[in-house]
Unconditional design. Structure first.
Length: 413
């Protein structure tokens, strides 16, 4: 194994032994092979930059590098945003360690020297983020490389395998050219992604959100503090922001829009789907810290004569959150709430059983204008997972879930 810090400023010679210059960077072409160094950038005594392909490198070590071709066969460096430079794009940059779910700063890059068909390849193994790599960087050029290696072993070493590193690129066009994938990020729990976002700069936060699909981005934004939510939503493209807000539960979308400027909220509502926008607008009409403001309009309500079998068909098409289906709500022909049925009872009943038979007593509900303290007290007194919200005519208009109440209690303390 060899480190990038041991290769930086390495003298390079051609096949005739003539001095070419000093190695200043290593380049990876992600479109072809994200694990192999594709070319070597060498600064000549005249300050021009040579681009030596990996096939042209005969040997490389901590002492020197040699090519298999003369100087005349080497090309000049031409900038390409689709290429990844280890020094410029990786070294000293913050990256996401998707395996350990955190943000780290790269101190060095670990490479493997691989003899291949008459030339030498460099393969990227990992990035070093520990103290050992930091010491190598600090003492680089001040002592012999073999001495430096020995000194660095006295300090803790920490590496992250290259395949577990997620690079952050703020420019969408360059992100596309580099073929950076968000697949690994999207597999993390939204709460872990939210923690990662809070460690990044505003541009980096925006870059991460823009790489995620709208559903995942909505889940992540739901997990972060309100101030950060508004900052991120205001920083990204309006169409993307509207798609993300549309994927959020209606109550959380309403909370977010209330924190935005009236102009931004109006623009996002206009770009959202009609049905989703209507639900959010209804919630925006309730006074803050009331049952109506806390509720979501995503719930399962069925007629009083519905059976377990009929409900199962309805559930197959329900697109709300899982928290919203702890209970099913029975309503009459005038939309008045007449009963609640716990999901556990439904799962144990036969297909023909009427849901009204399974309804629990007493019927606990709360008016939309009730204050937050009343809501919290009801959840505590009756050990509720959900609480139906009704209007002045006892019609079901929404449901408050336990996670929203827990968040409310945490904010108060």
């Amino acid at each position: 194994m060899i480190y990038f810090t041991e290769l930086e400023n390495l003298p390079m010679f051609d096949v005739k032994g003539e001095y070419l210059g000093r190695l200043i960077d290593l380049v990876v072409d992600p479109a072809r092979n994200s694990l192999r160094v594709a070319s070597y950038l060498v600064k000549t005594p005249s300050h021009s930059i040579l681009c030596i392909t990996h096939e042209q490198v005969q040997s490389i070590s901590v002492r020197a590098g040699q090519t298999s071709v003369p100087r005349s066969e080497m090309g000049c460096y031409s900038a390409d945003e689709g290429l990844l430079h280890l020094k410029k794009d990786v070294l000293d940059q913050q990256v996401i360690d998707v395996n350990h779910r955190k943000v780290v700063r790269v101190n060095d890059v670990d490479l493997d020297i691989v003899p291949t068909d008459g030339h030498t390849d460099l393969r990227i193994l990992a990035v070093s983020v520990g103290m050992a790599a930091a010491v190598r960087r600090l003492l680089q050029g001040l002592t012999a490389k073999h001495t430096l290696r020995r000194i660095s072993t006295l300090f803790p070493s920490k590496m992250i395998r290259w395949e577990f590193v997620n690079l952050i690129e703020s420019d969408p066009a360059r992100r596309l050219k580099l073929k950076l994938s968000s697949d690994r990020l999207a597999k993390l729990h939204p709460a872990d992604l939210a923690d990662i976002l809070e460690q990044l700069s505003r541009d980096e936060q925006r870059a991460v959100i823009e790489t995620l699909d709208e559903e995942t981005a909505a889940q992540v934004i739901s997990e972060i503090p309100a101030q950060l939510q508004t900052a991120i939503v205001e920083s990204i493209d309006r169409d993307k922001a509207a798609d993300i807000v549309e994927e959020m539960p209606p109550d959380e979308a309403a909370d977010l829009l209330q924190e935005l400027s009236p102009e931004t909220s109006a623009e996002l509502l206009a770009d959202m789907g009609k049905e989703e926008a209507t639900e959010v607008k209804e919630l925006l009409g309730f006074e803050e810290n009331t049952a109506g403001a806390l509720m979501t309009t995503e719930y399962v309500g069925v007629g009083e004569t519905a059976t377990v079998g009929g409900l199962m068909e309805i559930l197959k098409h329900f697109e709300g959150t899982l928290e919203s289906v702890h209970e099913v709500y029975l309503i009459n022909s005038e939309a008045v709430l007449i009963g609640t049925v716990p999901l556990g009872r439904i799962l144990l009943a036969t297909q023909e059983t009427q849901l009204s038979v399974l309804a629990k007593e007493p019927l606990i509900q709360v008016p939309a204008h009730a204050d937050a303290k009343t809501v919290v007290d009801l959840f505590h007194k009756y050990n509720l997972l959900t609480l139906p919200v009704v209007d002045d005519h006892q019609r079901l208009i929404g449901v408050i879930t336990a996670d929203d109440v827990l968040e409310l209690v945490v904010k108060r303390h």
